[in-house]
Design a protein. Structure first.
Lengths: 118, 141
């Protein structure tokens, strides 16, 4: 199983993490560390582009919620985009779409994150 | 139901995370090489990760080495996945449905993974025999 990679960019004051790989137990730990580094560096508006994620488990779902809560706790925010049909389906049947802000494209997600109060 | 050679994958492995990662990767290579659709590949992977992770976390009180068995059978239109372990008796069909309006940290541990497998699979059967749990999950493919 290949390790997860996260490409990092900052656009209009919004941090964009492009995730490539599996959001399983190991991938979730990598994601949470990445998000914590962003928040610690004062990057409080986060976008995660999941276009490169073909697999997500309950550990991955939980880590998305953990990141959203940590961002909110420091008056930041998390917006997701690029969800593959499998990932979107799993987020929907777990009820997490009520708890996460989701956009279709990265452009929309960056605009939404920039506009959210924080 | 008859099965031709090359449509069965069987592994016995220990209750260690390294073993789980290795066997999962082997199982995925087996399924993908047989032209099974993306959704079935995903659900097989999810079932192995969620159920074996639960066994590793909650199945045993001791630190001894235990054997876990995984069997995959590919039939026309169906992938049959069987997991067997000698941990505590655990019937996932009796696990309470998670309240999806409740914060994740207040939910029953392991409940979310089981919920996903229940929703996505065609059928789940559980039996306890000879001191072992046997879980059979049928996946459309």
């Amino acid at each position: 199983m290949s390790e997860m990679k996260i490409g990092h960019a900052v656009t209009n004051g919004v941090s964009v993490g492009r995730i490539e790989g599996r959001l399983d137990v190991q991938g979730s730990a990598v994601l949470e560390t990445y998000a914590q580094q962003c928040l610690s560096a004062g990057e409080l508006r986060l976008v995660l582009d999941l276009a490169g994620v073909g697999y997500i488990s309950s550990a991955g779902l939980r880590s998305l919620l953990v990141v959203a809560k940590k961002a909110q706790a420091v008056n930041g925010c998390l917006v997701l985009c690029g969800l593959t049909p499998i990932v979107l389906n799993v987020i929907t049947i777990s009820g997490f779409q009520q708890l996460l802000k989701i956009c279709v494209t990265e452009e929309e997600a960056v605009a939404a994150a920039a506009a959210l109060p924080g | 139901m008859s099965t031709e050679p090359g449509t069965i994958f069987e592994r016995r492995f220990h209750n260690r995370h390294d073993d789980l990662s290795r066997v999962t990767a082997e199982a995925m290579r087996f399924i993908e090489a047989r032209g099974v659709g993306d959704e079935a590949v995903y659900l097989a992977n999810l079932t192995i990760e969620e159920m074996v992770t639960n066994i590793l976390k909650y199945g045993y009180d001791d630190t001894a080495v235990h054997e876990i068995r995984l069997r995959l059978e590919i039939h026309p239109g169906t992938l049959r996945l069987v997991l067997e372990d000698d941990g505590h008796e655990f019937d996932p069909l009796k696990a309470p449905e998670p309240d999806i309006n409740q914060p994740a940290e207040q939910r029953v541990p392991g409940g979310l993974g089981i919920h996903l497998i229940r929703k996505l699979s065609e059928q789940i059967d559980y039996e306890r025999c000879g001191g072992r749990n046997r879980l059979t999950v049928r996946i459309r493919c």
